[in-house]
Design a protein around this ligand. Structure first.
Ligand SMILES: Cc1ncc(COP(=O)(O)O)c(C=O)c1O
Length: 383
């Protein structure tokens, strides 16, 4: 390992380098739109919808305003609402459960597995009731959930499967792209995602033409003919500027994914040397046999998370906790009667996970500096 004598400054995520590299192409996107003067749901959006649906090997893509709306409109399009239950994970961004509640349904949480932090599929079936209408797995941090088991339970109980693939564009489950596994799938193109816009953007993809039609109506207040409203939808249109930028950036996604995977490999190889020498005890992210991980995050787990985070901050290293509060213990969800202790694996993860810097422009030297400092923290704390 390299010895780093001086402090470096490494943010947990940054677009500065990427934007610098793409400056001319980004400027072209703005200028072309300025000339065209069409700002919402036009040709850039339909091109992007085709590109993403092709990429996910499905027939339909419907651009929407953000990933949260993608989830909400998917649930509504499946006819899910009052009195219904949707099975999901409590260890995810709030939007996953928030969308279920917005749709009028109840989020039924199932604890996660310790290996991938994704929904523990062996615990799903016991939570199915006559009111259950769907399973909403999340491919957390870019690692696909165990879809075989989920699809098998869904088939048995006639449930819809809605993938929350917000963090996992490009990830594969047994060689098949996420987005093509469930009945519908939802993506976010928030700037920090693996493919990020210059603001909010999202998409629903599906092979089902009826659901695709419904989502495309719901995003424009349920209207097919202007000022005639057949369904109660909302305004969730995708901007042309975001679509133009995303179309351009999509050309780089493969290269960025490869780089994320390389960075993850480098982190893990460097850490493993210390773990096998017995000088470091942290849990590293796993890539299960069935998975092609796209490392939206490189997340470690340690019971000294708070101290480590503080130490790294002093050494110039930014880190983030995704997510410090489990969804079943969020104030707004308290009326569903969940209690502390209901989902122990999730609750421990919330206390112990720490995401290290991860973005494609990170250099090998920076990765090795981060590892060096993590190792030093544990050396000093064991003295
Ligand atoms: C797992 C997950 N689901 C849903 C969302 C919601 O996406 P958005 O922020 O685009 O609304 C996000 C993004 O933050 C997410 O990470």
């Amino acid at each position: 390992m390299l010895e780093h004598k001086t402090n470096m400054n490494i943010p947990s995520f940054s677009l500065v380098r990427q934007n610098q590299l793409l400056k001319e192409k980004l400027t072209d996107c703005f200028l072309l739109l300025l000339d065209k003067g069409r700002f919402v749901l036009n040709e850039n959006v339909s091109t992007f919808e085709k590109k993403i649906s092709n990429y996910c090997t499905v027939n339909h893509g419907i651009g929407v305003a953000n990933g949260s709306d993608a989830l909400y409109l998917s649930l509504i399009a499946c006819g899910i609402g009052q009195g219904d239950e949707v099975i999901t994970t409590p260890f995810t961004f709030f939007a996953t459960a928030g969308s279920i509640i917005r749709a009028g349904a109840k989020p039924t949480f199932v604890d996660i597995d310790n290996e991938t932090w994704n929904i523990a599929t062996e615990l799903i079936e016991e939570k199915v009731t006559p009111n259950t209408k769907a399973i909403l797995p999340v491919h957390l941090y870019g690692c696909p959930a165990k879809m075989d088991k989920i699809l098998q339970i869904a088939k048995k109980y006639k449930l819809k499967v809605i993938e929350d693939a917000a963090q996992a564009l490009g990830a594969k489950y047994q060689g098949q792209r996420v987005g093509s596994l469930g009945d519908l799938s939802c993506f976010s193109f928030f700037p920090t995602k693996n493919l990020g816009a210059f603001g909010d953007a999202g998409m629903v993809v599906t092979d089902n033409p009826d659901i695709a039609e419904k989502v495309s109506l719901l995003r424009v207040h349920g209207s097919k003919i202007k000022y005639h409203h057949d369904l109660l939808g909302c305004n969730s249109r995708l901007d042309e500027l975001q679509a133009a930028i995303l179309n351009m950036k999509l050309n780089y996604l493969e290269q960025w994914t490869q780089r994320r995977r390389k960075i993850a490999e480098l982190y893990s190889n460097l850490f493993k040397k210390h773990i096998s020498a017995g000088s470091l005890s942290i849990k590293l992210p796993q890539e299960p046999k069935y998975a092609y991980h796209v490392y939206h995050q490189y997340t470690i787990q340690t019971n000294q998370k708070n101290e480590l985070q503080k130490y790294l901050k002093n050494k110039g290293i930014g880190t983030t906790v995704y997510y410090p509060v489990p969804l079943h213990l969020q104030k707004v969800i308290s009326s569903y009667g969940y209690r502390k202790g209901d989902f122990p694996v999730t609750e421990t993860a919330c206390k112990e996970v720490l995401s290290l810097p991860m973005f494609p422009e990170l250099t090998d030297k920076e990765v090795s500096y981060v590892v060096d400092r993590v190792v030093k923290f544990f050396q000093s704390s064991s003295k």
